[in-house]
Design a protein. Sequence first.
Length: 203
Amino acid sequence: MVKVKICGITRPEDAEFAVRMGADYVGVILYPKSPRFVLPEDRKEILRASEGAVKVAVFVNPTLEEVFSAFEEGFDLVQLHGEEEPGFAYKCGIERVIKAFRVGKKPPDIEEVWKEAHGVLLDTYSEKAYGGTGKVFNWELAKAVARKGFRLFLSGGLKTENVKEAVLKVRPYAVDVSSGVELELGVKDKIKVESFIKEAKSL
């Protein structure tokens, strides 16, 4: 059964509900330029509410100090959404890394070394943002990555209405959603969260 990652969590109650509904991963944004960025003092309650799920700190080009600080806070994994190299991931502990790649019109060039990571995440390319675009990319490109043996987290424009099709077509290890289950920016919609998880796990 496919795993589900609910990302862009900004409130403890959203984390608690997502886990109760069956979310396997909870993602919290630690990138200050993101509209879903969560301040350090607000993360403790979210982490506490996320017990039972794998807790992921989402970064863009962080320092090693920032990564280790996230682990000390209680995050299980880090998601690297910038231009981080494998060498940096090894210093973090590559098995605790999800490396994100943004996909445009061509298949992403992913080095074999990333098979050692916890996973690789594919999201839609945008010049304006590192993820969170709410737009779908060509799933055939993701399918090619999954076939090569990478542990694939599929992201980019997923929602209740298309997640089942995405799982059937791509066969990812996990699906990742943020804006597709929001009521407003940073606030999750309980109905959408519940229906998304049910649809994803119905196969």
